[in-house]
Ligand binder design. Structure first.
Ligand code: UT7
Length: 326
């Protein structure tokens, strides 16, 4: 059977760091509140003139370098993002141009914080079907551009980053074992950006109502997130006749340490099986999982044959999991 195997990982975060103490200076909040309620201490923020495609391109270059793959060999570039450079064309097309991956098809996937796993599943399916041999899959976001810096309920949570993997067709046991996608659009207003799609266009009224910014009812989202992340992780394990004890590394979407702890416990995972970096980057939406995967990989935490469980939840709602044999 042809499998899609990750042969390179890469990530990139903007240079500028914004700590909780920095935020305290302009917002009615505290380092203490942010750390105890979310686990976040600092996040990276893009500079003027730095765009989602720049973060994505840098992450992809690092992944290609690790894989030893030339951009011309790539058949497919897929970017999971909700903060693309333009409403259209796809940020994947900008990345494709930057990389000079001129033989690749390119498209974006909009699934909010589940964007990377949704994008991964598209690429995996094309590789398994024999329609692509090498793909670059990226999660990249500049959420700090669409958060309301006057809304303390949301702005302390998010950061900017990109992560990427190179997938290659491979025979044998190593690679992506399965992917699982779910959605529930009935509660989409609990976490969304009301403007500026074609429904609410830019106008004095929509600007005054701050419709351009991300809106979230955090405590409602919290409950659904824990339930959904647990459910889909168990579905992925069951589909491969595995249990929590088989998992060498669990990389969940890094939204909030309390969500990660509650989810890990419910799945039956121990602390040493779980990768956490939300303290240093905050919630970078589609970028959290590939960023964490790259950190873990470069730190030597992944050994050949390891079972890796990836698990995401985000706006839509969308949620997804992937199980890999490294
Ligand atoms: O990426 C996937 C989607 N996103 C998520 O998964 C996020 C899910 N939600 C969460 O992580 C949490 O719900 C939050 C971190 C957003 C909030 O934590 P919470 O424990 O659910 O707090 P809460 O919303 O119930 O608010 C508690 C209090 C409120 O004050 P009152 O009404 O009790 O007086 C808020 O006004 O905390 C207040 N508050 C703050 N205080 C200081 C909210 N934000 C802040 C803040 N600093 N930044």
């Amino acid at each position: 059977m042809i499998r899609a195997r990750i042969t390179g990982t890469g990530s990139y975060v903007p240079e500028k760091v914004l700590t909780n103490l920095d935020i305290e200076k302009f917002l009615d909040t505290s380092d203490e509140w942010i750390r105890t309620r979310t686990g976040i201490s600092e996040r990276h923020v893009v500079a003027d003139g730095e765009y989602t495609s720049d973060l994505a391109t840098n992450a992809a270059r690092r992944a290609l370098e690790m894989a030893g793959v030339d951009a011309k060999e790539i058949d497919l570039v897929v970017v999971g993002t909700i903060t693309g450079d333009y409403p259209w064309p796809a940020t994947a097309c900008v990345v494709q141009r930057n990389l000079e991956a001129l033989n690749a098809g390119a498209f974006d996937v909009s699934a909010a914080c589940s964007g990377f796993l949704y994008a991964l599943s598209c690429a995996v399916d094309r590789i398994e079907a024999g329609r692509a041999k090498k793909a670059v899959v990226i999660g990249a976001e500049t959420l700090t551009r669409i958060i309301d810096w006057e809304d303390r309920n949301t702005c302390v949570l998010f950061g900017d980053a990109a992560g990427a993997v190179v997938l290659e067709a491979s025979e044998g046991e190593h690679g992506v074992l399965s992917t699982h996608l779910h959605a529930d659009g009935t509660q989409l207003e609990l976490l969304y950006q009301p403007g500026f799609g074609t429904r609410l266009m830019p106008s004095e009224e929509t600007l005054a109502k701050r419709d351009y910014f991300l809106k979230m009812q955090g405590n409602e989202v919290f409950k659904v997130a824990v339930r959904s992340l647990t459910e889909v992780a168990n579905i992925a394990l069951k589909a491969n006749s595995m249990t929590a004890a088989d998992v060498d590394l669990f990389i969940p979407h890094q939204a909030n340490i309390r969500i990660l702890d509650a989810t890990s416990k419910r799945i039956g995972l121990k602390e040493n099986q779980v990768y956490i970096n939300v303290d240093r980057f905050g919630n970078t939406s589609a970028a959290t999982i590939p960023l964490a995967l790259d950190e873990a990989n470069r730190a030597g935490r992944l050994k050949s044959g390891d079972i890796v469980l990836l698990d995401a939840f985000g706006g839509g709602f969308t949620w997804a999991a992937a199980l890999l044999r490294w």
